[in-house]
Design a protein around this ligand. Sequence first.
Ligand SMILES: O=P(O)(O)OC[C@H]1O[C@H](OP(=O)(O)OP(=O)(O)O)[C@H](O)[C@@H]1O
Ligand SMILES: Nc1ncnc2[nH]cnc12
Length: 182
Amino acid sequence: MSADESAGDYIARLTRTVPDFPQPGVTFADLTPVFADPAGLRVIVNGLVEAVHAPGVGEVDLVAGIDSRGFLLGSGVALMLGTGVLAIRKAGKLPPPVHSREYTLEYGNAALEIPADGIAFEGRRVLVIDDVLATGGTLCAAVDLLRSAGAEVVAAAVVVEIAQLRGRDLLGGVPLTALSLQ
Ligand SMILES: O=P(O)(O)OC[C@H]1O[C@H](OP(=O)(O)OP(=O)(O)O)[C@H](O)[C@@H]1O
Ligand SMILES: Nc1ncnc2[nH]cnc12
């Protein structure tokens, strides 16, 4: 990564864009090469951490990563912020009891879950992390899930935002940081 290249440009340059995957009409943003690159991983984690400095965010005391690529990033962000990390899982992975939320994403339907026992969500100030924001169905479900458990979602951050799908519009008042626009 050269000194005159922005983080967003570097991420975009290493992202593999695959037409018609996983179904016709979807242009898939594959961040695998960025994650596997030392400078790529560093600019991503450093950039996501900056979400806490967006206007009105304030203190964060839990970082939540969305299944599955959000997990890779969430723990790095949590370590840098000095918080714990929460894995927001796809349905069927966590033992009961769980809070659960069904949703629609760009290429299908799914459900996300978090534990309904063992973690005190009431009053927790959560930063939600994922790799890609497309239609926003996934991130919106994660926000609803955390709120239904009593947490306050103070910010969200993603690596790539596919702007034409307008996922950002679903997020209401949650401040969103995106490192690269596609
Ligand atoms: O904005 P949306 O239209 O909801 O889509 C975004 C979501 O889609 C992808 O996850 P996917 O469900 O494919 O899971 P994965 O991370 O396990 O591949 C991506 O990692 C986001 O979580
Ligand atoms: N176009 C896309 N690329 C990568 N991940 C996605 N998740 C939903 N839509 C996606």
